[in-house]
Design a protein around this ligand. Structure first.
Ligand code: PEP
Ligand code: MG
Length: 580
């Protein structure tokens, strides 16, 4: 078993298809000056051939991966059109009197090195794009043929030292069961495309190319980042069975995708999706989301080297609102800091980033940036049912401060004569214990609460959610956290308002009956979990859930609570859903 970085979830089993790059040796001796002209001609021909190939790949990518991912191939074409890149090669041929392949290889290496030295991880990853284009160019120059990924017609796992975006574009989703490579991380384009194409992927598995042989059977687990070579027949059966069970359960439950979320005795709640990019809204809808309960907007600020402006954000929010077609879309303002670093913000290194300068605290000090985001959200409200949510609120005066900046943003839009939603609902994330404790004051200032259980648990128990060493103390069913959740729900109901949960707990089957019984109004989760949570809620009576939550709240220990809830799920014959 080998371990790498889990970058795209799912389980894949198939024969290894090894992407083997030829060992290209280049003659580095000098050439006669009269040969330079011929080398320049060879270079131009190879550049044209490479461009033609990339244009064909771009066309295919548009069909197979969609416009956004296909843009990556367009960027590759642009590298070949870049005079800075091409002139650097020509200059080497003529001034150093070397062959076209030698000049090209040197230029690629220089450019790759230049990118690798850049601190911003997103720009650094672009070195892979230069290598990808450069290798194609070099092969065309030397007349070396390409491995044909286009003709694959059996289930395979693609294994390579590096798998490039242009190789991804050649893949037929039907046969590619997984992707494994030695290089690449979570922000690499290969990872982004794999996630978008729904292909399980494990990257950064060092030494994999030495271990795996062509056609060997391998299994990958894109949830855990595990690669198993030659799983024996028992293990294979186990994996196939688990895959088949998952698929069968999903199929059986598929009728629930478009169903309402109502208990048998008629209590209705809403199941919403969490997204990070507007494109994910459609997927959430197709998986049964009744709206978007958390749009983590910081993802729009990631994977790039400058901040998105108001217009770009407006387009993104408007797109999600349009896809949701009148269903609610809750857009959370920027939540950076903690584990979410954005290099160009240059946030200072802090001893305790989770307790430091993050989220709304950054926005208060970067007021113009904050207002641009608020204006973009307000404007998107003219195109759908958009709501606004502030993260990391600790005190009631922070809500007042954020709301007064929001009023400035509204005023600026009025002066610009821009259409926007004057009545947009505004809520906060309750994810700091102080906000939960004083929720009776805060509720008067807002329209809704959404509990961020991921952070609420870490702050209530003083356990870093990222630190493996203390992960056993990070208990999702801690009675202290549950009491805060109950308090927040009760407080909102007393004011005739609603509470959602958008942390991971909302998609947890064991937590479902408890949260339902506590009166939670909205559950917002990774869209893949919606179906199982809807199955549970539609299978029980609200009265029953209330009794279960009452009993759970009386227990004094997190482990006891979890065991009790699991038992109740078993009693209802619903524990099979835990496998999904
Ligand atoms: C949370 O804290 O529960 C939450 C939903 O926000 P994030 O995971 O983005 O911090
Ligand atoms: Mg949070």
């Amino acid at each position: 078993m080998m371990k790498g970085v889990a970058v795209s979830p799912g389980i894949g089993i198939g024969k290894a298809f090894l992407l083997i790059e030829p060992d290209i040796r280049i003659n580095s001796s000098r050439i006669e000056s009269e040969c330079c002209e011929e080398e320049l001609n060879r270079l131009n021909t190879a550049a044209e051939v490479s461009q033609e190939q990339l244009k064909a790949i771009y066309k295919k990518a548009l069909e197979r991966m969609g416009r956004k991912d296909a843009e990556i191939i367009k960027a590759h074409i642009m590298i070949l059109e870049d005079p800075f890149f091409m002139d650097a090669i020509r200059e080497k041929i003529t001034s150093s009197q070397i062959t076209a392949e030698n000049a090209l290889k040197q230029t690629i290496e220089e450019h790759v090195q230049m990118f690798k030295e850049i601190e911003d991880p997103y720009i650094r990853e672009r070195a892979a794009d230069i290598s990808d284009v450069g290798m194609r160019f070099l092969k065309n120059l030397l007349g070396i043929s390409f491995q044909n990924l286009d003709d694959i017609e059996e289930d395979i796992i693609l294994v390579g030292y590096e798998i490039t975006p242009s190789q991804m574009a050649m893949l037929d989703r039907k046969y590619i069961k997984g992707i494994v490579s030695e290089t690449g991380g979570i922000t690499s384009h290969t990872a982004i495309i794999a996630r978008n194409m729904d292909i399980p992927a494990v990257l950064g598995v060092s030494g994999i190319m030495e271990v795996i042989k062509e056609n060997q059977l391998i299994a990958i687990d894109g949830y855990k980042g595990i690669v198993e070579v030659d799983p024996d027949s028992d293990r294979r059966k186990e994996l196939f069975d688990s895959l088949a069970r998952k698929n069968a359960i999903r199929k059986k439950l598929s009728w629930l995708i478009n169903a309402q979320t109502r208990t048998r005795d008629g209590k209705q709640v809403e199941l919403l999706g969490n997204i990070g990019k507007p494109d994910e809204a459609l997927e959430a809808l197709q998986k049964g989301a009744e709206g978007i309960g958390l749009f983590r907007t910081e993802f729009l600020y990631m994977d790039r080297s400058t901040m998105p402006d108001e217009e770009e954000q407006f387009e993104a929010y408007k797109k999600a609102a349009a896809v949701m077609d009148g269903r609610p879309v809750i857009i959370r303002t920027l939540d950076i800091g903690g584990d979410k670093e954005i290099p160009y913000f240059n946030l200072p290194k802090e001893a305790n980033p989770f307790l430091g300068w993050r989220a709304i605290r950054v926005c208060f000090e970067m007021k113009e940036m904050f207002k641009a985001q608020l204006r973009a959200i307000l404007r998107a409200g003219a195109f759908g049912n958009v709501r606004l949510m502030y993260p990391m609120i600790a005190t009631v005066d922070e809500v007042a401060r954020a709301n007064s900046i929001l009023e400035e943003a509204r005023q600026e839009l009025r002066e610009r004569g821009e259409a926007f939603d004057e009545q947009m609902k505004v809520g906060i994330m309750v994810e700091i214990p102080s906000a939960a404790i004083t929720s009776d004051h805060i509720i008067k200032e807002v329209d809704f609460f959404s509990i961020g259980t991921n952070d609420l648990t870490q702050y209530t128990l003083a356990v870093d959610r990222m630190n493996e060493k203390v992960s056993s103390i990070y208990k999702k069913f801690s009675p202290s956290v549950l009491r805060l959740i109950k308090k927040v729900i009760d407080v909102s109901h007393n004011e005739g308002k609603v509470t959602a949960i958008c942390g991971e707990l909302a998609g947890n089957p064991e937590a479902c009956l408890l949260l339902l019984g506590l009166g939670l109004d909205e559950f917002s989760m990774n869209a893949s979990s919606i179906i199982k949570i809807r199955k549970i809620i539609t299978s029980v009576d609200f009265r029953q859930a209330e009794l279960i939550s009452k009993r759970a709240m009386e227990l004094e220990d997190a482990v006891q609570i979890e065991e009790y809830l699991l038992q109740e799920l078993k009693n209802l014959g619903l524990d099979y859903l835990l496998e999904l």
